[in-house]
Design a protein around this ligand. Structure first.
Ligand SMILES: Cc1cc2nc3c(=O)[nH]c(=O)nc-3n(C[C@H](O)[C@H](O)[C@H](O)COP(=O)(O)OP(=O)(O)OC[C@H]3O[C@@H](n4cnc5c(N)ncnc54)[C@H](O)[C@@H]3O)c2cc1C
Length: 288
């Protein structure tokens, strides 16, 4: 399959990229190309121009900046998975990246591309909302910081405005008494999440002081499992509390998606099973 003809630009700065997006109506950013190019070949996307951000310096890499982990938008999934900083300070995010697709996808796909694409079956959105991450975007009106929870608006829809480019993702390192885990049921061919659950807990004096549980793959964009979080608050961090919370997951998923691979009902069932596993791993980590 061949895509429709398009113009190709490879700017050297974000300002130049942003101006190209503004000038060329219907232009799209090109990062790893692992979601955009298949869509173009199927003619599901027919951009008139591609603005390749791969040559922009300062958009790639992972650094500790103050007390925050800074991950540049064009950092590949493989780089996140193998980063010593991420593995030490936020192992859950490295594990999430390691579960994406196959080796080829992880070596080409980028964190900025994944979140800008906002596929309901993608892994990063679920993990980043759970971790309370921030998305940094730059556009014609300057820089904006968007909480991950507000970034994913709907199916393949984000809070990005015209001409805005994701430049980085900011994540707080896990501290003492904190633990997080991401568990998914992968589609056997693509590895996309049929359902995926991210859980993070903070334990004080053996009790769960704070919990964050987010479900992906089941609805148009990831959903916070508020009832499960409430069920955990103040409880002893033990299997009984985790079971009770996991059984509340369906409360937050009243309208699950079904497709060729899995019915909505099955996805909700999966999510509860995965929540139990993710919470168990998060609690173990928090206990050190
Ligand atoms: C076979 C296969 C299996 C996969 N399995 C998984 C999986 O298991 N889990 C998973 O999460 N994903 C999976 N993916 C998707 C993969 O992670 C993609 O790499 C990712 O969704 C898109 O990232 P990209 O860098 O390739 O972006 P591109 O394909 O280049 O771009 C995707 C979209 O985002 C926009 N965009 C890209 N970068 C930016 C930016 N910085 N700012 C603004 N807009 C931007 C583009 O314009 C485009 O609309 C799979 C893909 C394939 C082909």
């Amino acid at each position: 399959m061949y895509p429709e003809n398009f113009a190709y630009f490879r700017p050297k700065t974000i300002a130049e990229a942003s101006a190209l997006l503004k000038k060329n109506k219907g232009a799209r950013v090109l990062a790893g190309g692992h979601s955009l190019l298949p869509a173009m070949k199927l003619r599901l996307a027919t951009p008139k121009a591609l603005v390749d951000i791969g040559g922009i310096k300062g958009l790639c890499g992972i650094q500790m900046r103050g007390k925050t982990i800074w991950i540049g938008a064009t950092t590949t999934h493989a780089e996140v998975a193998s980063s010593a900083i991420v593995r030490k300070s936020c192992p859950m995010l490295a594990e999430t990246a390691a579960q994406i697709g196959d080796l080829q996808v992880r070596n080409r796909g980028t964190i900025g591309g994944s979140i800008a694409h906002a596929d309901p079956a993608a892994d990063y959105p679920t993990a980043l909302i759970c971790l309370g991450a921030t998305v940094v975007a730059r556009g014609p009106k300057g820089e904006r910081k968007i909480p991950a929870e507000k970034f994913f608006v709907d199916l393949f829809t984000t809070a990005l405005k015209g001409g805005e480019i994701v430049t980085a993702v900011l994540v707080a390192p896990r501290g003492k008494g904190q633990g997080a885990a991401y568990v998914k049921h992968p589609h056997p061919a693509s590895r996309y999440a049929v359902a995926g659950v991210a859980a993070a807990v903070e334990i004080e004096d053996g009790r769960i002081a704070r919990a964050s549980v987010v479900v992906g793959g089941v609805t148009a964009s990831p959903v916070r499992a508020a009832a499960a979080e409430e069920a955990l608050a103040g409880k002893k961090a033990d299997p009984a509390a985790i079971s009770a919370a996991s059984s509340r997951l369906a409360d937050s998923l009243p309208d699950p998606m079904g497709d060729l691979y899995a019915s909505g009902e099955y996805r909700v069932h999966l999510a509860a099973v995965l929540a139990k596993r993710a919470l168990t791993a998060a609690v173990e980590r928090a206990k050190g």
